[in-house]
Ligand binder design. Structure first.
Ligand code: TRP
Length: 456
């Protein structure tokens, strides 16, 4: 993520693709559907869309501007633009902490995908009756060793890539795998809505039950939106620093946010109908896609076994690649920090991060099995990690970014960044609206949602 010779992206499409590549990941395929299921179905989806457009998009713009203006990595960006104010120098450290914490449990889900890839290769879904296929997940996740080993395997490969610097190879790979994943999601969607009983899943996503709407829905929807767009942790600031001065950041930011949103919604429509068809509880939690997608493959396997197996293998492979590219950038943040600030060699920094994320990740993984009984503030260890990151730290950091752009940077600078020195007439015209969102709407909304989440 941190590069000394700051390269530039070549053109608008390249910027959108790179940012969307970071944004689209397990957050869309795995996290979004289960959040929808746990926090109120269509009502959650609507809040999520509104939060993305009115809160996340301004935060996204703020981060891109901070990156492009400061021309440096996330931690130093705040320091440099605030002329080394001690508060902002310290705040920058959060951008190191959050990705490292997320990597701990992101790699657990990466491990699940690896296991499901192996299961697909051994034709497990085709050889299991559709009604029983969701039960495979329960026995997998509650067995202590397999998920832990898969997590460590996934993390070892990820850290190995970071250490070996074959990152660019993997990133090229992801350029191919993301479109494949997209096509597969659309095919799964088509098949899944045609399953008997799928209609209630579609209705669940389209007809909001407003009684499901609680202050928590807002907090979780906003957290999901930040998470999915990789906001609040320096990723977009770093990408912003690669964006050329000529680029219209309104277009690239909106392009990224909308493609991320679309991908999530597609995943929702691919998964929820299958959840209902399979008779799985929508609030089943983090295992949701591992229970519902294989059900689709098992159903398809009854008539088209070869196609179904091939699709299952390709699906979990592309999920692994999407997860790995994200996890690489999450780990890279900590690695470059240890290298630059603690003077560590790359290899050692990687080893240390493997130990930290591996260790905490094992606890997260075991919290679905032997440590299921361990509850902290009513949450399992896994849920606690996710909640602390997505519902607390991300909101705090996104708030800081938006306050920084709205209140610390002079209006002139923000205007200059947003309109490329006044050369973009459309941007110039809507600047007052964007500046108002940035200065008032986004920060006030984040603060209100943050506190009601605790008080109600
Ligand atoms: N947005 C990614 C997803 O939806 C996860 C993520 C969060 C991420 N922060 C990141 C990926 C930073 C890369 C870099 O899965």
């Amino acid at each position: 993520m941190v590069s000394r010779n700051r390269e530039k992206f070549g053109g608008r499409l390249a910027v959108i693709l790179a940012m969307a590549g970071s944004a689209i990941g397990l957050g869309n395929i795995w996290r979004f559907p289960y959040m929808v299921g746990e926090h109120g179905g269509a009502a959650f989806v609507i809040v999520y869309i509104l939060a993305t457009l009115f809160i996340s998009l301004p935060v996204f713009l703020a981060e891109v501007m901070i990156g492009r203006r400061s021309h440096t990595n996330a931690r130093d960006a705040f320091a440099r633009l605030s002329r080394h104010h001690p508060f902002w120098r310290t705040a920058g450290y959060l951008t190191i902490l959050i990705p490292t914490l997320i990597a701990c449990y992101y790699s657990v889900i990466g491990g699940w995908s690896v296991d499901y890839f192996f299961k697909s290769c051994s034709l497990a879904f085709v050889h299991t009756a559709p009604e029983e296929v969701s039960g495979l997940f329960g026995s997998f996740v509650s067995s202590a060793w397999t998920p832990v080993l898969m997590h460590l395997l996934f993390l070892a490969v990820t850290v190995g890539v970071v250490a070996g610097g074959v990152k660019s190879g993997i990133e090229k790979f992801s350029k191919v795998s993301l479109p494949i994943l997209f096509v597969l999601i659309v095919v799964i969607l088509a098949y899944s809505v045609s399953l008997p009983g799928a209609g209630s899943g579609v209705r669940y996503l389209l007809h909001p039950d407003w009684s499901e709407l609680t202050p928590r829905t807002f907090a979780y929807a906003m957290g999901q939106s930040f998470y999915s767009l990789s906001l609040g942790m320096g990723a977009i600031i770093t990408y912003g620093s690669y964006v050329s001065k000529k680029e219209n950041i309104l277009v690239t930011s909106t392009g990224t946010a909308v493609s991320d949103l679309l991908f999530a919604i597609l995943a929702g429509f691919a998964i929820m109908p299958a959840v209902f068809a399979a008779g799985i509880e929508p609030g089943a939690g983090p295992g949701l896609i591992f229970q519902s997608v294989p059900y689709v493959f098992a159903q398809m396997g009854e008539t088209l076994p070869v196609l179904s197996s091939a699709m299952a293998i390709l699906f979990f492979l592309t999920v692994i690649v999407a997860a790995m590219t994200s996890c690489i950038s999450l780990v890279e943040v900590g690695v470059s920090f240890l290298m630059e600030r603690a003077g560590m060699k790359r290899g050692r920094a990687c080893a240390l991060l493997f130990l930290i994320c591996g260790g905490f990740g094992v606890l997260c993984s075991l919290s679905f099995g032997p440590l299921r009984g361990v509850q902290i503030a009513g949450m399992s260890i896994f849920d606690l990690f996710d909640w602390v990151c997505s519902n607390i730290l991300l909101l705090v950091m996104a708030l800081l970014a938006v306050l920084f752009a709205g209140w610390i940077l002079p209006r002139r600078v923000v205007h200059d960044e947003f309109t490329n020195g006044g050369t973009l007439p459309v941007n110039d015209r809507i600047f007052p609206v964007v500046y108002f969102l940035l200065r008032w709407v986004a920060p006030v909304a984040v603060v209100i949602i943050f506190f009601t989440n605790f008080m109600l």
